[in-house]
Design a protein. Sequence first.
Length: 282
Amino acid sequence: MDPPTTGHVTTNDGVRLAYTQAGPASGENLLFIPGWRQTAAQWHKQVSHFQGSYRVTTYDYRGHGDSEKPNSGYRVYRFAADLLDLLTQLKLRQVHIVAHSMGCSIIWAFFDIYPAQARDLFASVVLVDQSPCMIADPAWTPEQAKQLSAIFSPSTSFELGKDMRPATAGLIKGMFTAAADAKDVDFALERSNLMSDEAASALLRDHAAKDWRDLLPRLDVPTLVVAAEGSVFPAEGVRWVSEQIPGARLVNFEKEEGGSHFMFYENPDKFNGAVEDFLRRA
């Protein structure tokens, strides 16, 4: 097996993004994209599994982990542009994408602004546990909000941003089941603290405000959607996402089998197996 390599790409506005590649150079390309305030390291249980046969790439967003931390650009559409820079500079084509949480929003933004490139560059997409519309319309009933996993009110992201560091701790802990390994929870929180609270707050506000419902039927690459019964996002809304994407497949995690927002931490065997099975068929 080829040894892992690390490096940086530079975005078109001059920000250096850290990346790591592992696995055989001849393998199919597999790119893992993290969630809000998380880093490439969140995927360590997946990288160790897939690097035996795939060329696995992970990276840190701007402001996250080992990447440069500018004072601007903390918007989902800017992150989609950064992703295009990464794919272009690393010459990655026909890439299998696994995106978690906000990473799904970045993929949706990519399809929105770069539809031709998405079809050319993406071989398949795995969308892990993201609401299509995080902010509930005040006119909706609680049941209507649940059906779309709309867990925020219009003011929630602003309220959280007033005291971002303790709010992040509560959010991260709530993204795991009570049975989760404390080391995994602590690691996720530790990695989140590599990002400034100001940048995290700005990014959360932008991320939460997006409504992707009209975009989903336009996704035209093989897609797997992963939902979890113990997630902060009600599984109904994530299942709804799968119903809107033509031909999408769905995998559901029960709460008792580590089915949290971080199910790939809590039950990597089921998660890796589901992704592996999907990739074989994609």
